[in-house]
Design a protein around this ligand. Structure first.
Ligand code: OSB
Ligand code: MG
Length: 374
């Protein structure tokens, strides 16, 4: 197989409901979509789901475009490959830029699965026909507004809710949600906003008493030692997200017991190949995983659904239905959750068609190697 043509689309869609984390608030998402076309005219789609701003990780949409245009496009065009791992190997010498690589990786996997006539989930080795979906809820202006959001999602059928926390917005709102929903599978995510101080220890101890499934990324990404110290002192599993961008980080997490649950994101891990490898290593170490999200459009979320069908994804994933995020998604049909479950598609590849008209209507910038060559 060989990539003959490549298109990149710089697309912005408004969110149905604004989302605030410990670092910032956003009302829309600006991601890049990658379309690979092989010599037989078959296509594969992937999404570069980097946040526009460097607050989650160091990548940004503009930098991802630059990396894609200057390094990834030349790496993949004309390179012979059979397995996606061979195409992923063409950009191995590029350091960092996991989100940019992940979009190309996912497109290669989609194309590979479509060419083989199998669903992406099957190509990856997935075993589930449906995956348990959770919702991630942002910081709200008041506890009452948070409670309304939680009730809305519980009423929509979701059985697992994750709450964003930050210093000053933690024990009180989380306790209020716990009191309103005693049996709910509830967890919190700080996106690294806490410092390892006595004051934080008191907050973590209080959260430890609220029956949470996990406490996600309380400390800065590189601070494995602080996470290990916390994990030694509380019963609630610590979950790492931003800390783990490759399997070396995962090995550090396991060696230090810096967390007992892993959030695997296709984007953060640099693609489906490394996400699957992290899944395998965690499985062998007895660490359960779940699939995190980056408010992906449907292209990226469909890949997340496929990944979540692997056996060690035993905890609910952040793969809510399209309607939680976007009034009109870029795929048809959209991702749908019923009673908190998303069916794993049985059609080839990601199992959804891309609504190219909608992509073009919302694209502010497009790169087409066929146009460049003409
Ligand atoms: O930390 O998991 C996170 C969204 C953007 C950046 C970071 C995170 C998130 C989410 C939303 O929690 C997950 C989703 O529903 O896609
Ligand atoms: Mg997180």
């Amino acid at each position: 197989m060989m990539i003959q043509r490549l298109r990149l689309f710089d697309v912005t869609l408004p969110l149905v409901h604004g989302f605030e984390t410990s670092s910032h608030r956003k009302t829309g998402l600006n991601h890049l979509l990658v379309e690979l076309t092989d010599a037989d005219g078959r296509v594969g789609w992937g999404e570069i789901a980097t946040p526009a701003d460097p607050y989650y990780g160091s990548e940004t949409t503009r930098v991802a475009w630059d990396i894609a245009e200057r390094y990834l496009v030349p790496a993949v065009l004309g390179a012979p490959w059979e397995e996606p791992a061979e195409l992923e190997a063409t950009w191995r010498r590029i350091r960092g830029h996991e989100f940019a690589k992940a979009g190309f990786s996912a497109a290669a996997w989609d194309l590979h699965a479509r060419a083989a006539g199998v669903p992406l989930a099957v190509a990856l080795g997935g075993t589930r026909s449906e995956v348990v979906a959770g919702v991630s809820l942002g910081i709200e202006p008041t506890i009452d507004e948070l409670l309304a959001q939680v009730s809305r999602q519980v009423d929509a059928g979701y059985g697992r809710v994750k709450l964003k926390i930050a210093p000053g917005w933690d024990v009180e709102p989380v306790r209020a949600v716990r009191e309103a929903h005693p049996g709910l599978d509830l967890h919190v995510d700080a996106n690294g906003a806490y410092q390892d101080t006595d004051e934080t220890t008191a907050v973590m101890r209080a959260l430890d008493g609220l029956g949470l499934t996990m406490i996600e990324q309380p400390y800065a990404p590189r601070d494995f030692v602080a996470h290990a110290r916390l994990q030694a002192g509380i019963g609630t599993p610590v979950c790492l997200d931003e800390s783990v961008v490759d399997v070396a980080d995962l090995r550090t997490m396991l060696a230090l017991d810096a967390g007992r649950v892993l959030n695997i994101k296709v984007s953060r891990m640099g693609g489906l190949g490394s996400a699957r490898l992290a899944h395998d290593i965690a499985r062998d170490a007895g660490v359960p995983v779940w699939c995190g999200g980056m408010h992906e459009f449907g292209v990226g979320r469909a890949a997340n659904v496929a990944l979540s069908s692997l056996p060690n994804f035993t905890l609910p994933s952040d793969v809510s239905g399209s309607d939680k995020y976007y009034a009109r998604d870029v795929i048809v049909p959209p991702v749908v959750a019923h009673d908190g479950l998303v069916q794993v598609p049985t059609a080839p590849g990601i199992g959804h068609d891309v609504d190219v008209d909608w992509v073009l209507q919302n694209a502010v910038r497009t790169l087409d190697t066929a146009a460049v060559a003409a």
